[in-house]
Design a protein around this ligand. Structure first.
Ligand SMILES: *[C@@H]1O[C@H](CO)[C@@H](O)[C@H](O)[C@H]1NC(C)=O
Length: 160
């Protein structure tokens, strides 16, 4: 710590000795970068809840790509912060991509995802309402789109 404060200007570099309980307050200060060490080093993924687009180009292995996108998107009915929000693709693969996604969803959740034990429901009515609004106001539904308010069920849906 002493060496660091001798070598770097204090406007550029600052050492804070803090515990885990101090972290929320420290990261609120909006540093450009934080070095952190701990007794056990666990890999960390910083999750920024934004938009998570996927891009599929004409060289992708469509089957593998689609399995990964579908898993990430439909896990917990899309209610995870890392769920892909939309797909951008090369026009050459669009039709194949949509077809492959339909097949993949059939493989994952069967012909009626409402009956599938692996297909989740919206966590509450507020999320259900918001998702239903998005579904009705945007794009063209190519698969699914059924909604059942009593169950907070929204059928798998893909727009294009
Ligand atoms: C959801 O929408 C229904 C109308 O379909 C409304 O009665 C209800 O108050 C809304 N709930 C929430 C939490 O937004």
């Amino acid at each position: 710590m002493l060496i660091l404060s001798l070598v770097f200007l204090k406007e550029c570099f600052h050492v804070v000795l803090a515990g885990i309980s101090d972290l929320p307050e420290i990261v609120e200060l909006k540093f450009d970068h934080v070095f952190f060490t701990a007794r056990t080093l666990t890999p960390v993924t910083l999750i920024l809840g934004g938009k998570n687009p996927c891009y599929v180009d004409q060289h992708c292995d469509i089957a593998t790509t689609v399995q990964r996108i579908a898993w990430a998107r439909f896990h917990n009915a899309g209610q995870s912060i890392m769920a892909p929000s939309y797909i951008l693709c090369h026009t050459d693969v669009k039709a194949r991509l949509v077809q492959a996604l339909k097949c993949c969803l059939m493989q994952f959740y069967g012909p009626d995802p409402r009956e599938s034990r692996s297909f989740g429901r919206m966590v509450n009515l507020e999320f259900f309402n918001r998702t239903r609004e998005l579904l009705w106001r945007s794009g063209k539904v190519v698969v699914g789109g059924q909604v059942t308010e009593a169950e907070k069920y929204i059928g798998k849906n893909l727009h294009h």
